[in-house]
Design a binder for this molecule. Structure first.
Ligand SMILES: O=C(O)CCC(=O)C(=O)O
Ligand SMILES: [Fe+2]
Length: 359
């Protein structure tokens, strides 16, 4: 079942200019009661969104060798291309990119290696690809910085209340774009398993009309989240859930592969500073009673009496938690670039199916 159009949580960015209190009140209700929304009429130019949609399909249409030349498994930084194949990614292709960074300094914590350069396919094969994707990234960065202020205000805090969570140098922030291509699978299969996002906030562009994304509601029911051209779907991530002591909840979502046609999406993932410890940061935030009352009302309505709890990894610097998560997801990168950590995650060595991929 699809979310009925009248029930799609749609928020108009321009309302922030014309009637800020109404905008903040709507955002507050949506965040506390749902944890995801469609944001429309943002400052991201519609022509740029169209270019990004085209560029995403065109990127994946490049010859396999060109994409493989930008293999994520050949770098330590988790950016680059992951082919679709029986070993790693049976239902989708993926390309991650972000700001380019110099390699981590000598003696820096190992998790600083999540920063690095993105490998790209030869630009001559798709002139303009990097320029369009770079421009998109720049606009999403500006959007995410502004939207984070709105989220803080919606939760009854000062607009800059979340600023200390992020690197003060905007160029060093934990931001990543992820392009995904889900080819048709018949019979229908899971394209992306049910999960909550682990970061702070996600800004998702559904870059095709093929259905596939599904959101789970409080009763456990799944509904298709339709593509609405020109909007971004904003998803609360687990870090924001923890920083707000579950005043907002990270929504469970999944992707069902299309049975015909191809589905494309572009996620923009906003994470907190590498050195931020979520447990410690979370303790510093206090929310006003009127928003806490809305949380109580939601919990009563949903019959949710689970107590808010942090986990062991919330005591780690966020970059270390991210690295651990990524090393579990990418055994080849762990094997090739993190030999000191590899045995901790793979005590029995590289899983057999990956052996043929070592070159
Ligand atoms: O492809 C999509 O629309 C969703 C992808 C997603 O949930 C993710 O990358 O975390
Ligand atoms: Fe997700």
């Amino acid at each position: 079942m699809s979310i009925p159009h009248s029930q799609v949580p749609l928020l108009d960015w321009t309302l922030a200019d014309s009637d800020k209190p109404a905008f903040i009140a709507q955002l507050r209700g949506i965040l506390i009661n749902g944890g995801f929304l469609y944001l429309q009429n943002t400052p991201v130019p519609p022509a740029l969104i169209d270019q990004m949609v085209d560029a995403t399909a065109k990127f994946f249409a490049l010859p396999a060798e060109a994409k493989d030349a930008a293999d994520m498994n050949d770098t330590a930084h988790f950016n680059g291309y992951l082919r679709r194949g029986p070993v790693e990614n049976p239902t989708r292709e993926q390309f991650n990119y972000g700001d380019d960074h110099a390699d981590a300094a000598e003696g820096a914590p190992v998790y600083h290696n999540i920063h690095g350069r993105t490998p790209w396919p030869d630009d001559a094969l798709f002139p303009g690809c990097r320029a369009i994707m770079g421009e998109y990234y720049k606009h999403l960065k500006a959007l995410s910085i502004k939207f984070t202020c709105f989220v803080a205000e919606a939760l009854g805090l000062a607009a800059d209340a979340f600023e200390p969570l992020f690197e003060s140098d905007v160029a060093r922030r934990q931001l990543r774009c992820k392009l995904l291509r889900y080819p048709a699978c018949a019979p229908s299969t899971t394209g992306f398993v049910a999960h909550t996002d682990s970061n702070f906030l996600t800004y998702l562009l559904q870059a095709s009309d093929e259905p596939g994304l599904e959101m789970q509601n409080a009763s456990g029911e799944w509904s298709a989240a339709p593509t609405i051209r020109g909007t971004f779907i904003i998803l609360v991530g687990r870090v924001l859930e923890k920083i707000t002591h579950r005043l907002v909840k990270a929504p469970m979502h999944r992707v069902v592969s299309p049975t015909k046609g191809t589905r494309y999406s572009v996620g923009y993932f906003q994470g907190v500073a590498m050195d931020t410890r979520v447990a410690e940061a979370s303790a510093k935030y206090k929310y006003p009673q009127e928003v806490l009352d809305m949380q109580r009302a939601r919990e009563e309505r949903e019959g949710d009496n689970t107590e808010f709890r942090l986990v062991e990894s919330d005591n780690l610097p966020a970059g270390e938690a991210v690295l651990n998560f990524k090393l579990k997801a990418h055994p080849l990168v762990a094997y090739k670039f993190y030999p000191a950590l590899f045995p901790k995650f793979y005590p029995d060595g590289l899983p057999a199916k990956y052996a043929s991929m070592v070159h």
